[in-house]
Design a protein around this ligand. Structure first.
Ligand SMILES: [Fe+2]
Length: 484
């Protein structure tokens, strides 16, 4: 586990023999290695804002600390074969492998199970994960875990399998009503009582980065919206990142997952800065998503570069291992970034877009029911949001556009949102993402309900770089109806 706490108070507590200036030097070295001069400047500038902030009377009301935690991982083609060694490190002897019907039918879950069995690990497979998990599908996995009583979990698949494994681990370890741990106001947002059993994850898509994060997402069908659970104990114990597992991912699934990675990176990069959040009453109350900060910016920046360069290649040719490897790294980098900084308004808008779908059936997902995959839902209003908010936070939006390959040398800050929006739309078109809300079957009549669903995503809206109203969100949705 890599943990890092930086900030004025953290320096006093954890790095008592360093002063703040030494910390700034350390960050400077890290960012030179990122190779992005504009980011170097940004980080130094932000850190000097921390110093400046100490001089202001409002400083006492704002946080001055950010946290950095992530999942240890192994990366490499074929590394899945080493899974038994990885599990044995955590003393796991009886495993529930959580996967989905497609991977089970393709024989991948059986191959992983055979590797574990040959090392003497007792294993059972739950292969009933839905591509967009619901209350019912979570309950099935939880019941399976309660009956089996494993002492560890393996998740094999995309974000849906990983999130379902997180839920099965949580509710079988600390039984509760399903809404007890779910985010407010939909659930009761009770804190997870303590550490969970080991969870080793093997992603087969480069998208959700659920392998890095503290969240599990599900759809509440009766409310037609998505929400989830967020707690640091949900973060997996270890990740096995094998690009070979993604080479059979179909084109639209690759596109949706890859565009989700881009969204994670841009949103965490443009999120409310950590030192603009209210100071928590105690360190335990500091949220796992602390807002943008110098360390999460490094990871998000590299992720934006990689997705922009490699996503179209992987969509065109799934067997392109160089592109697949780059995307898996991009996914992990973005996950490390947003796994600490958080995401905000585009993802908040994405949840009702996915939850209220009536007619859109995506290619390559094997579903005959209406479905908006998470990545498409998250990106579909993002260009409109960047266009709307860019002028208020121009530097970060221009920098993001630069990292996506745009020439911003002559750009005026008033154009920041438009330039980033155009860059994202260009990539959406290149990889076959639908053309705005109208391609998903939404019209202007749906906008009030979509905006209402967005405003219920309080945890995400809290990280918006500027406060948003329902009227703002409705305006953004109107821009998002069609882009080209
Ligand atoms: Fe996402």
């Amino acid at each position: 586990m890599i943990n890092l706490v930086l900030g004025e108070r953290a320096v006093c507590l954890s790095l008592g023999f360093f002063d703040l200036n030494i910390d700034l030097v350390i960050l400077g070295v890290i960012c030179f290695k990122s190779g992005c001069p504009c980011l170097v400047f940004q980080i130094w500038e932000e850190d000097f804002e921390v110093i400046d902030q100490r001089k202001t009377p409002n400083h006492l009301n704002k946080d001055s600390v950010f946290t950095y935690e992530t999942v240890p991982f192994k990366f490499g083609a074929g590394v899945t074969e080493e899974i038994a060694t990885d599990l044995s490190r955590f003393g796991v002897t009886r495993v529930l492998l959580v996967s989905d019907p497609r991977l089970h039918a393709a024989g991948l879950s059986r191959r992983v199970a055979d590797v574990l069995k040959s090392s003497g690990i007792d294993i059972e497979i739950f292969s009933g994960v839905l591509s967009e998990p619901t209350v019912e599908s979570w309950r099935e996995a939880i019941d399976f875990a309660v009956t089996m009583k494993p002492n560890g979990f393996v998740a094999l698949g995309g974000g849906s399998s990983i999130d379902t494994a997180k839920a099965a681990n949580l509710y079988s370890t600390y039984p509760a009503d399903l809404l007890d741990y779910v985010n407010a106001p939909i659930g009761k947002a009770k804190p997870v009582p303590g550490p969970l059993k080991p969870l080793v994850v093997i992603p087969t898509t480069a998208g959700s980065a659920s392998e890095c994060t503290t969240v599990a997402i599900l759809e509440i069908e009766e409310l037609k919206l998505k929400t989830g659970i967020s707690h640091r104990y949900l973060r997996p114990t270890f990740a096995v990142l094998d690009p070979l597992n993604t080479t059979t991912c179909p084109p639209m699934v690759t596109a949706s997952c890859g565009i989700d990675v881009l969204c994670h990176a841009i949103e965490s990069f443009t999120a409310l800065p950590f030192n603009s959040r209210p100071r928590p009453a105690s360190p335990e109350l500091r949220p796992p998503y602390v807002g943008s900060n110098p360390v999460s910016d490094l990871w998000a920046a590299k992720s934006m570069e990689l997705v922009s360069r490699y996503l179209a290649r992987a969509v065109r040719n799934g067997k392109d291992l160089e592109a697949r490897s780059a995307l898996m790294l991009a996914c992990t980098y973005a996950g490390i970034g947003f796994g600490n900084a958080g995401v905000h308004v585009p993802h908040a808008m994405g949840y009702p877009i996915a939850g209220m779908v009536e007619s859109y059936i995506p290619p390559d997902y094997g579903s005959s029911n209406p479905l908006v995959p998470h990545g498409i839902a998250s990106i579909i209003a993002a260009p409109a949001w960047f266009r709307f908010i860019g002028p208020a936070v121009p530097n970060k939006h221009l920098e993001a556009a630069c990292l996506m390959g745009c020439d911003t040398s002559e750009a005026d800050s008033s154009q920041a949102g438009e330039i980033l929006s155009d860059a994202v739309v260009h990539l959406m078109r290149e990889v076959g993402i639908p053309n705005g809300l109208s391609d998903l079957g939404y019209t202007a009549q749906h906008i009030p309900a979509l905006a209402e669903g967005t405003m219920r995503q309080e945890r995400l809206l809290a990280l918006s770089p500027c406060q948003v109203t329902q009227a703002d969100v409705e305006q953004v949705f109107r821009i998002a109806l069609r882009y080209w």
